[in-house]
Design a protein around this ligand. Structure first.
Ligand code: OGA
Ligand code: MN
Length: 212
């Protein structure tokens, strides 16, 4: 049983768009009340000091650099999910099954973190696959912001032709919007915002890979 009405319709649509163009932007993927519950969890974790500065690169050689990446993150603990997180997991599990059925990607696991970008923070142009490591197959970013306005900035800039500067699309981090793209194909960056910017980001991974 899926936790939300319309979810199976969203999932079918999303799978079709990914098969067609490799990326998809779906507004109102989840109901506003559920987005608010996830946002409260992210803010409570921040309040409790449980967010950490995100690093760049692989675990063994990772480093901190505010000019490249300025967000604060918290990895979800699958062993102790809240009921909100459980609903999220069940939904993403249905998405994983749909991708495996139609796209033959052999996805077996989702890793997820909350991310809060303080005002001015960026994440420079990058690819979500580390060099020589293809374990991350599909990137999923769910925005948790309430009443986000265009003029706040904070867009996700998604480059559509490899590393080329153009063409690109800019996506505002409006609460409820889910962005999905093939991790190995799409370069992207996060532009600075004048408000804190909250998201729940995840990657579907291939079997036989080790944690980063
Ligand atoms: C990431 C990322 C984009 C966003 O965390 O790797 O690119 O819009 N996030 O938050
Ligand atoms: Mn990324």
């Amino acid at each position: 049983m899926l936790p939300f009405p319309h979810l199976s319709h969203h999932i079918d649509q999303l799978t079709e768009i990914i098969a067609d163009q490799g990326y998809a932007v779906v507004p109102e993927f989840f109901p506003a009340s559920f987005i608010a519950a996830l946002r409260q969890e992210a803010l409570a974790l921040q309040e409790a000091g449980k967010l950490q500065r995100a690093t760049i690169g692989r675990a063994e050689s990772s480093k901190l650099d505010n000019k490249i990446r300025g967000d604060l993150i918290h990895w979800l603990d699958h062993a102790q999910p809240s009921s909100t997180q459980q609903d999220f997991s069940n939904s993403m599990e249905a998405l994983r099954e749909s991708f495996n059925r139609h796209l033959f990607l052999g996805l077996f696991e989702l890793e997820n973190h909350f991310a809060i970008y303080p005002p001015g923070a960026v994440y420079n142009k990058h690819l979500d696959q580390f060099r020589g490591n293809e374990e991350r197959q599909i990137s999923c970013i769910l925005y948790l912001n309430e009443d986000w306005k265009e003029e706040y900035g904070g867009q996700l800039r998604l480059y559509l032709n490899g590393k080329e500067a153009e063409p690109y699309i800019d996506i505002s981090p409006t609460g409820g919007t889910l962005v999905v793209f093939l991790s190995g194909r799409f370069w992207h960056e996060v532009l600075p915002a004048i408000q804190p910017r909250i998201s729940l980001t995840g990657w579907f991974r291939k079997r036989g890979s080790t944690l980063p």
